[in-house]
Write a protein that binds this ligand. Structure first.
Ligand code: HEM
Length: 315
C-alpha cells in the first residue's frame, strides 16, 4: 500500500495518508470475500438502501476518500512543484491538445484507479511468490544461490536476475492474480477460433486458461520457473497483465516491486512456511488470492535470535 501511495503521491507519511490507507483497506475488504464480491457484479447492491445496507457503508467510505483526495489535489494546485515526479504531479501538469488540464473529479478518478488497481494485485502476487519459494525448497535454494552469486547494493540490479525473474513469471502464470482481461466490445463482425462475433458483443480473455494450456506449458499445474529460462514466451502466450492497447499500465512497476521485495526478504530474513497444506487459489473480489491464511515464521538474518516477528498472514 505504501509503495503505491509513494508512487502516486510522492510520499506516504502524515495523517492524511494514514487515513487514506485505512479507508482504502476498508473499501477493499468490503469486496474481498467471495460473497461480498458479488457487490462488484450487481451494481444495485452498491446503492445506498439505508443505514444497514452494504451500499450505505460503501457510500460513506467513498465520500470520506473523496474528501481526502480533493484536499490533496487542492493543496497541490495551490503549491505546484515542477521538480516532483510522482504521478499526481505529472497528472496536474498534463494538458490535452487544446491546453486543457484535468478537472478535480477526473484527477480523483485517475488516483482512485491507480490506488485500487495497484495495491491488492501486487500484494497478492508477492504473497504467492513468497509461498512458492518456501513451499518448494529447491526453488528457494536456487534463488538464494543466484542472490549470493550476484551481490550488489543497487536494488535495480536485482530486477535483471534471470532465475528471480523466472520465479516471478511462473508465480504470475500459475495463478494469475488478474484471471481475466477487462472486457472488449466487438466493433465489426469477426471470426475467432471458429466463433462468429457480432458488433456489440462483449469478449473477455481468460488469462487463467491460457496459462494452463499444456501445449504451451507442459505439466501446467506444476510450479516450474525453469520453463521461462528454457524458452521465450510471446505476448500472445504469457499475459499476466493482459494485452494490446489496454494492457496493464502498472506492469513494469508491479514486476519491479515483486522482484525487489522477494529478493530483499530472502536476503534479510530467514522465513519458514508454517502452513503445511498446499494453498489453493480463491477469488478475492476480481483478483485470484489465497484460500485461508498462510503463516510464516520470520527471523532476521543479521540477528537470528533477536526477535521472532511472526506468525503473520501473507494471504
Ligand atoms: C502483479 C500485479 C498486477 C497484475 C497481475 C495486474 C493485472 C492487470 C490486468 C490483467 C489488467 C487488464 C488488462 C487488459 O484488459 O488487457 C490490468 C489493467 C490495469 N492495471 Fe494492472 N495489474 C497489476 C498491477 C498494477 C499496478 C501496480 C497498477 C498501477 C500502478 C495497475 C493499474 C492498472 C490499470 C490502470 C489498468 C487498466 C488499464 C486500461 O484499461 O487501459 N495494475 N492489470
Amino acid at each position: 500500500m505504501r509503495v503505491i501511495l509513494q508512487a502516486v503521491f510522492g510520499l506516504h507519511q502524515g495523517e492524511r495518508y494514514q487515513r487514506l490507507e485505512k479507508l482504502l483497506k476498508a473499501r477493499l475488504d468490503m469486496v474481498a470475500s467471495p460473497l461480498a464480491s458479488t457487490l462488484i457484479f450487481f451494481p444495485a447492491l452498491q446503492r445506498d438502501w439505508g443505514p444497514w445496507s452494504p451500499g450505505h457503508k460503501i457510500r460513506g467510505i467513498a465520500t470520506a476518500t473523496d474528501d481526502l483526495l480533493f484536499e490533496e489535489i487542492r493543496e497541490r494546485r495551490a503549491h505546484p512543484d515542477p521538480d516532483r515526479t510522482d504521478i499526481l504531479s505529472l497528472l496536474l501538469m498534463a494538458q490535452d491538445e487544446t491546453g486543457q488540464g484535468l478537472s478535480d473529479p477526473e484527477l480523483r478518478d485517475e488516483l482512485m484507479t491507480l490506488l485500487v488497481a495497484g495495491h491488492e494485485t501486487t500484494a497478492t502476487a508477492m504473497a504467492w511468490a513468497l509461498y512458492w519459494s518456501h513451499y518448494l525448497p529447491q526453488v528457494q535454494t536456487q534463488l538464494r544461490r543466484e542472490l549470493a552469486a550476484n551481490p550488489s547494493s543497487d536494488p535495480m540490479a536485482l530486477t535483471k536476475l534471470p532465475y528471480l525473474s523466472a520465479v516471478c513469471n511462473e508465480t504470475l502464470r500459475i495463478y494469475p492474480v488478474g484471471m481475466l482481461t477487462f472486457a472488449r466490445r466487438v466493433e465489426r463482425p469477426l471470426q475467432l477460433q471458429g466463433y462468429s462475433l457480432e458488433p456489440g458483443e462483449v469478449v473477455m480473455g481468460c488469462i487463467y486458461l491460457l496459462h494452463r494450456r499444456e501445449d504451451l506449458y507442459p505439466h501446467a499445474t506444476k510450479f516450474r520457473p525453469e520453463r521461462f529460462l528454457e524458452r521465450q514466451y510471446s505476448a500472445f502466450e504469457f499475459m499476466p497483465f493482459g494485452a494490446g492497447a489496454r494492457r496493464c499500465i502498472g506492469a513494469a512497476l508491479a514486476t519491479t516491486e515483486m522482484k525487489i521485495v522477494l529478493a530483499t526478504l530472502l536476503q534479510e530474513f530467514d522465513l519458514a512456511l508454517l502452513t503445511r497444506r498446499p494453498v489453493e487459489p480463491q477469488r478475492r473480489g476480481i483478483t485470484l488470492g489465497m484460500r485461508g491464511e498462510v503463516d510464516f515464521l520470520l527471523r532476521s538474518v543479521q540477528a537470528p535470535n533477536a526477535k521472532v516477528v511472526a506468525p503473520g498472514a501473507a494471504g
